[in-house]
Design a protein around this ligand. Structure first.
Ligand code: GCB
Length: 598
């Protein structure tokens, strides 16, 4: 990745979206490169970008297509752009991409949920039509995240078998931009805040591709409040700062000018929120005040769009989350499109930002096997060193991309891996040590523990600044009439954690029950709306007794698509909202609770 900066326009920087109709072709035998598809696709069809073929097709083999596939688009570059450095920036390509300009390879990227950009200037024909081609691959393995495997069907077709519970949507599912940037350019900048008495100090660290000086200016509502010129690092101090908070998500504007030979050569501006986040004993403090997290584990998921970004969905989801009184979500199980974080900054929402490290457990159908005697010693396998490199690279890209957002309060480095073996501890000890060097704000690091990884056996909680539990007592175990036992199991587990005297906050990052919006039952039965209510009430009654619980993120914000199977009716139905974002009965219980809870 040449730069982690979100595209903006000003006197020095120009961009235009390349979204729209692209050409598309699947390549099941991976012959494309040998046959020159990087120059011309032989039998292509039209495909929208952003989008995913799996949601647009009426054919099963296309929906589940696994392997190589190609995108291609022609675009024009006028010669007045000659003085600029040109790039194409992909919001993401899932899961890996090779990019060609006029047939020449210009870059590649591993990881399906983070942006990357490729420099194209050296391969462009000015005042002519040019062609970008992208070779994409959506296969799953244990060498990359998210993890999975694949099966060859009797008809020879590959079928991805995710070790995770969401549909393996793939393709170009986020925005694509053409960028025209100055030759000498700012490539990123990192910020940290110190609040002492009535003063805030903003400590900055600017990354650029050339040596320069930088003028950094801070504005409040267009009025300049501080300015300093320095080399790459420096700081700005302001008196009586207007802090960013949930009730008042105030944003300043920061402008950085890059200066060479007394001339401004680049400028980048962003909205920033001044706030601190830290853990003290068993509390999470925002601006030194304890906060209680109320909200969701989410997905980027919608009918017809799959995981393709769409600002209308983003807006609707935030409206629903505000209506119900939520203040937080986890970007389960991957970093979301950048627009989600921009909204959170403006709306006053908190995000636990998660890297796509899901499925590190070799469990296709039953995640309870992750910790029981069927566990597969995932971290003892030969591919682990390769996996670790990819995992670290994605942590770096996520933090580089998201570290300035005031809404991001923590980094989640894993979801439900094997976590009871020494090998798992050794793996994650390195992962945490790596990650802890990257965020100048030193936000808390965590990861979510699978059910079964309890106080007696779990090996990963010592690495986490706060402990995240995904628990399904009353659903996957002791459901329906056994819910009385579920209550006891949950209490026993929480007593176990309490006895460890960890003096750390705990957050429930998943708990939920599949619920069909069409099902009503008296007395309650599993899958009915009444049962979802009873289930959550049981958890809430118990939470009261444990003051170290600092948050409840229910699973899931909305129903979402998964692989097919006997556990899933058209997908995962644990949504608080339906897949088309209408309320289930539980919403009114949650709304009442969350509006009262502070
Ligand atoms: C989990 C996973 C999540 C699943 C959820 C479920 O533990 O983290 O990805 O969707 O359980 O509903 O089974």
């Amino acid at each position: 990745m040449e730069s982690a900066l979100y595209p903006i326009q000003n006197k020095y920087r120009f961009n235009t979206l390349m979204n729209g109709t692209w050409q598309f072709e699947t390549d099941p035998n991976s012959v494309g490169l040998d046959e020159g598809w990087n120059k011309e696709l032989p039998n292509s069809e039209e495909m929208p970008v952003p989008g995913t073929f799996a949601e647009l097709t009426t054919k099963r083999d296309r929906k589940y297509y696994t392997g190589d596939f190609w995108y291609q688009k022609d675009f024009f570059i006028p010669s007045f752009l000659k003085k600029k450095e040109l790039y194409i920036r992909f919001g993401s390509v899932t899961h890996r991409a090779k990019v060609f300009i006029n047939g020449n390879e210009v870059g590649q990227h591993e990881g399906g949920f983070l942006p990357f950009q490729v420099k194209i200037s050296n391969y462009i024909n000015y005042d002519q039509t040019n062609r970008v081609t992208v070779l994409v691959n959506n296969e799953l393995s244990e060498k990359a995240i998210p993890c999975g495997t694949e099966e060859i069907l009797d008809n020879g077709q590959k079928l991805a078998q995710p070790y995770f519970d969401f549909f393996n949507y793939s393709g170009i599912m986020r925005n694509v931009w053409l960028l025209a940037l100055p030759q000498s350019q700012i490539t990123n900048f990192k910020l940290n805040y110190q609040l002492i008495n009535n003063e805030a100090t903003i400590i900055y660290n600017i990354e650029a591709n050339n040596d320069a000086e930088f003028k950094v200016t801070l504005f409040n509502n267009q009025k300049e409040v501080a300015r300093v010129t320095s080399k790459n690092t420096g700081n700005l101090t302001i008196k009586n700062p207007h802090l960013w908070s949930l009730d008042d998500p105030y944003l300043y504007k920061i402008k950085i000018e890059m200066i060479q030979d007394d001339k401004v050569v680049d400028e980048y501006a962003d909205r920033i929120g001044i706030r601190t986040i830290k853990i003290v004993n068993d509390k999470i403090l925002l601006n030194n005040q304890p906060i209680y997290l109320k909200g969701f584990g989410k997905h980027e998921d919608f009918t017809v769009l799959g995981k393709a970004v769409n600002e209308s969905i983003i807006k609707r989801d935030y409206e629903c989350m505000k209506w119900i009184g939520a203040n937080c979500f986890r970007s389960s199980h991957y970093p979301y499109a950048e627009e989600w974080y921009q909204y959170a900054d403006k709306y006053g929402f908190l995000i636990i930002d998660e890297v796509p490290a899901v499925g590190l457990n070799r469990s296709v159908t039953n995640f309870l096997n992750v910790t029981n005697s069927n566990q597969s010693h995932f971290f003892a396998s030969k591919t682990v060193p390769e996996l670790k490199k990819v995992h670290e690279q994605e942590i770096k890209e996520m933090i580089d991309r998201d570290q300035r957002h005031p809404s991001v309060i923590a980094w989640s480095l894993f979801n439900e891996p094997e976590s009871t073996t020494q090998e798992s501890y050794d793996y994650f000890k390195d992962i945490f040590a790596f990650a802890r060097k990257l965020d100048p704000q030193n936000r808390p690091y965590t990861g979510t523990l699978v059910m079964g990884s309890g106080p007696k056996v779990d090996k990963l909680h010592p690495l986490c600044d706060f402990v995240c539990l995904n628990r399904y007592y009353g659903w996957y175990v002791a459901g329906g009439p056994e819910i009385v036992n579920a209550k006891k199991m949950l209490e026993d587990e929480l007593d176990g954690w309490q006895n460890l005297k960890l003096n750390k906050p705990f957050v429930f990052t998943e708990f939920g029950a599949d619920t069909l919006s069409s099902s009503h039952r008296l007395p309650d039965e599993m899958w009915s709306q009444e049962y979802q209510n009873e289930y959550y009430q049981m958890y809430f009654d118990i939470f009261k007794k444990y003051p170290f619980i600092c948050g409840e993120l229910v699973w899931n914000f909305a129903d979402f698509k998964t692989s097919e199977g006997i556990m899933r009716v058209g997908g995962n139905d644990k949504g608080i909202f339906t897949r088309d974002r209408e309320p289930k009965d539980i919403d009114f219980t949650l709304k009442k609770r969350w509006q009262q809870l502070n």
